[in-house]
Design a protein around this ligand. Sequence first.
Ligand SMILES: Cc1cc2nc3c(=O)[nH]c(=O)nc-3n(C[C@H](O)[C@H](O)[C@H](O)COP(=O)(O)O)c2cc1C
Length: 188
Amino acid sequence: MKKINIKPDCVFSPQPMYIIGTKNEDGTPNFCIITWIGFSFDKTPHLMMSIGGSKLTKTNILREGKFSAGMITEDILWLADYFGSTRGEEGSKTAVPYGYTLGEQLEVPIIDQCHWTYECNVTRVVKLEGAHLFLAKIENIQIDEAYENMDMKAIDLCRLRPAVYAPYHYFSIGDKIGEMGQWKEHFL
Ligand SMILES: Cc1cc2nc3c(=O)[nH]c(=O)nc-3n(C[C@H](O)[C@H](O)[C@H](O)COP(=O)(O)O)c2cc1C
């Protein structure tokens, strides 16, 4: 295969997306979308998140030290798109209907329609030139009770249906294509 080089102006990195829930100073909730999220493990599971510029979400996290991260699935995509397209600093996000409750372990707002949500406590903040990196310990995971009997070592993404972000567009995932370690079946 012949390769070409392109400038890293706009990084193409297909990613899942999360609704980040935070508490405003007056106790009301605020939600936005963050896609720059990864996970790591240091004795317990952690979430790594990057927030750029000035955002109410960032201000709230720097003050409160906690947030919720709810996986964006296809059924809540347009609610999430609304949260990601409107700025909390310009007023509360009440133009579309939704409900929320506070987390089980942490006082963080969680959208009622979210099927899979992490309650996160910030343990490190790295201030970069134009963004902040947050490392947060996952204190609790709230899932839809419909998934109670799902095999947690073989989670069926086709059932969960997370939406995928590839710059400026949303996609759905396709089919399951195999299991970890099956490489021999494809080469030998
Ligand atoms: C699909 C999508 C993905 C986004 N991903 C990020 C991200 O990874 N990091 C970030 O800082 N902002 C991201 N944003 C932008 C924020 O969600 C947006 O600025 C939002 O208005 C912030 O809300 P707030 O001001 O209430 O905090 C994304 C927006 C959309 C629509």
